[in-house]
Design a binder for this molecule. Structure first.
Ligand code: FMN
Ligand code: SF4
Length: 666
């Protein structure tokens, strides 16, 4: 397998560091640190798994070089005091023993810090917040700038002492150094503001100080937002020009992009193609001749190989792909690439948790984040038949997990194919990445000799009884919620009506005209599903209106998807009606009620996306049959308990282990 990807497995030497392959885990904040800023053992284990999985270079998430002032995130790592050295050493030691290199990203958050966390006013180049509605920072005095330069140098020296092979200076993503580089944030009039050369001065001095501290043999990475994708911000052309003022001491240019206002490009939204940003690394490499890193939705090994083979970049950065599968590299090197559990760029468990709601990161497709798949070492103590009803993602995860610990598992699906709602939604073109998860589960299930799958099969009580179940897992998913709104049931998905449910929309997804100019589309429901419909129709030229009962569209959606949707809705002038309730449905119009009164919205296509509800066609019968049977346990998981996101279903599928343990099988 390795020979098919010879560019990926070509070593790379930068100063005294040699990477065994070209894959770098990009820095990603996790919220796994201790409250003190120290590495936790859980955190060390998380990185060690990615090193064991074959990653060439692990670039540890942004660590604070000057706390509390420059601190970002709730439990961010610190590297601004020698007290942090012992655990940092434990980390580098744990990663090195698997042959991986390790670096750490050094950062000052500037205006992206929050006073509620740091107990002081955040600082920046000027008094411009790092995001819309953010806190107004205090412009740094000149002597403070020189102190921060010194702190970067001290942190780099400390990293070297802790055994890191390299450091990365973070000068992108709306953090302090980026706030100086970017005209969006910097309106200073001294030698640190104004011209590109002046805005570059801070970064240049930081790099020079770091070099002075770490010496000539230690590689330095520099992360930049090459194109800020923001009005008035640096374009790729601007960065290509201004790099001449500060690139000198950087050995590797880590070519990222985006600001806080364009986070959908920084943490790539799921509609962006694999490796779409490699043109930026290529341009930087061509101009400066230095090794460059590119990243962005790279999940498929062939995409990585092709980028390297073309010479667009020298190192492939993989972030979320390595959260989803710590063994991404090892599976290419030694095994079957179909075993890779590809990240679906949903941004729910990682960015949604960490950036959205201050939780530690988790993963939709990998319920073993952060602990790793330790369960695979377990084996049942006595025979156990597990019958899973429903072949969606939750059911498949439960069936595979049970089989992996030795149970005889039976998976019954009424439809002729597996995959459930995730597979259905993936038929919407911009959601096609979603299919990677059910396809991975199907592949995993096919490899398990003790897992028997029946598709196109009703889960009758007779069939279930014949399988002699010790455990029955009901995972029958969800169906669209249709509240008792006058006219709704008579019109939705009916002949001659223009009112669609989401499932009917998907089944006609290839029938809608490409050009819908002059057509009216009205979507009822501003949640994730309603927004998927908007994303499909707005770019086709239709005049789209979205109606939401609550005060915001996209409530609870992760910040990346939200930024992407807001950009799309602005670009295509989508009418957003909040605090608006659906009152009556007719075949070609909705009557809605706003604070100002009622309005009739006519449409060529109307969609009702008011959420999903648990679907339990056989659960009651199963409970009636087996509840008195002391040898058979019944559990209900995923959407068939309460409709939620894929991540909850996957977790509950894996939790079948707890039931097996509870009843003495494990
Ligand atoms: C949860 C999360 C945290 C991140 N934290 C950082 C960070 O600390 N520093 C940084 O430069 N980029 C950060 N990023 C961006 C990633 O390093 C990476 O560039 C981005 O996710 C795109 O690569 P990918 O598609 O392979 O994930 C973060 C991304 C995620 C999802
Ligand atoms: S939560 Fe979603 S985006 Fe994040 S790593 Fe997992 S699959 Fe990828």
């Amino acid at each position: 397998m390795k020979r098919n990807y010879k560019h990926i497995f070509e070593p790379l030497t930068v100063r005294r560091m040699t990477m065994k392959n070209r894959i770098m885990m990009t820095p990603m904040g996790t919220n796994y640190g201790e409250q003190s800023g120290e590495m936790s053992f859980l955190h060390i284990n998380y990185y060690e798994q990615r090193a064991r999985g074959g990653t060439g270079l692990i670039m540890v998430e942004n660590a604070s070089i000057y706390s509390p002032e420059g601190s970002n995130g709730t439990t961010q790592l610190r590297i601004d005091h020698d007290n942090f050295l012992p655990r940092l050493y434990k980390l580098t030691e744990s990663v090195h023993k698997h042959g991986a290199c390790i670096g750490i990203q050094l950062n000052h958050a500037g205006a992206s810090a929050q006073s509620a966390r740091i107990n002081m006013q955040p600082v920046s180049a000027s008094d411009i917040p790092s995001k819309a509605g953010g806190e107004i920072p205090r412009p740094l005095e000149k002597e403070e700038i020189y102190l921060i330069i010194k702190k970067f140098g001290e942190a780099a020296k400390r990293a070297q002492m802790a055994g890191f092979d390299t450091v990365e200076i973070h000068a992108g993503h709306s953090y302090l150094l980026n706030q100086f580089l970017s005209p969006v944030y910097n309106n200073r009039t001294d030698e640190f503001g104004g011209s590109a050369e002046n805005r570059s001065r801070f970064v240049r001095l930081v790099l020079e100080e770091v070099r002075a501290q770490v010496g000539p043999f230690f590689p330095i990475f520099l992360r930049i937002s090459a194109d800020e994708f923001a009005e008035g911000g640096n374009t790729l052309e601007d960065t290509l020009d201004s790099l001449k003022y500060y690139h000198e001491e950087a050995d590797v240019l880590d070519v990222s992009c985006g600001l806080n206002s364009s986070i959908q490009y920084q943490i790539d939204a799921n509609y962006l193609p694999d490796g779409w940003r490699s043109y930026m690394a290529k341009a930087v490499k061509e101009k400066y001749g230095k090794p460059c890193v590119t990243m962005g939705n790279i999940r498929n090994p062939q995409v990585a190989e092709d980028i390297l083979a073309r010479g667009d970049a020298d190192i492939i950065g993989i972030g979320r792909g390595l959260i989803a599968d710590p063994e991404w590299v090892r599976k290419i090197e030694l095994g079957d690439i179909n075993d890779i559990r590809k990240c679906i760029s949903c941004n729910i468990g990682c960015a949604g948790n960490r950036i959205g709601i201050n939780r530690p990161i988790r993963c939709t497709v990998n319920p073993a984040v952060p602990d790793g798949e330790v369960y695979k070492k377990q084996h049942i103590r006595k025979p156990c038949n597990v019958v899973v009803i429903g072949g969606g993602t939750a059911g498949m995860e439960a069936a595979c997990t049970a089989a992996e610990v030795g149970c005889t598992a039976f998976l019954i699906e009424r439809k002729p194919h597996l995959g459930g709602l995730a597979m259905e939604i993936s038929k919407i073109p911009d959601k096609k990445r979603l299919a990677d998860f059910p396809n991975y589960l199907i592949h995993r299930s096919q490899k398990l000799k003790n897992l028997y799958t029946f598709t196109g099969t009703e889960a009758s009580i007779d069939l279930i009884q014949n399988l002699k179940p010790d455990l029955i897992v009901n995972a029958t998913g969800s169906s669209p919620l249709l509240p008792p709104i006058p006219g709704l049931l008579d019109t939705i998905d009916q002949d001659g009506s223009k009112v669609y449910s989401i499932l009917n929309m998907i089944s006609h997804v290839n029938d809608f005209p490409e050009d819908l100019s002059g057509k009216e589309v009205v979507v009822i429901g501003g949640g994730a599903v309603g927004l998927d419909v908007v994303e499909f129709f707005a770019p086709r030229g239709a005049q789209v209106t979205i109606v939401e009962m609550m005060s915001v569209i996209g409530n609870g959606i992760d910040p990346v998807s939200k930024a992407g949707m807001n950009e799309l809705m602005k670009k295509h002038k989508v009418r957003q009606m909040t605090n608006t309730a659906l009152k009556h449905v007719q075949p070609d119009s909705f009557l809605v009620e706003t604070a100002d009164g009622q309005e009739q919205l006519t449409f060529d296509y109307g969609f009702v996306c008011l959420g999903m509800k648990a679907n339990q066609p056989v659960l009651q019968d199963i409970q009636n049959t087996f509840d008195d049977d002391s040898t058979t346990e019944v559990i209900n998981i995923g959407d068939s308990t309460r409709a939620r996101r894929i991540i909850e279903g996957t977790e509950e599928g894996r939790n079948v282990l707890n039931t097996l343990e509870k009843y003495g099988y494990l």
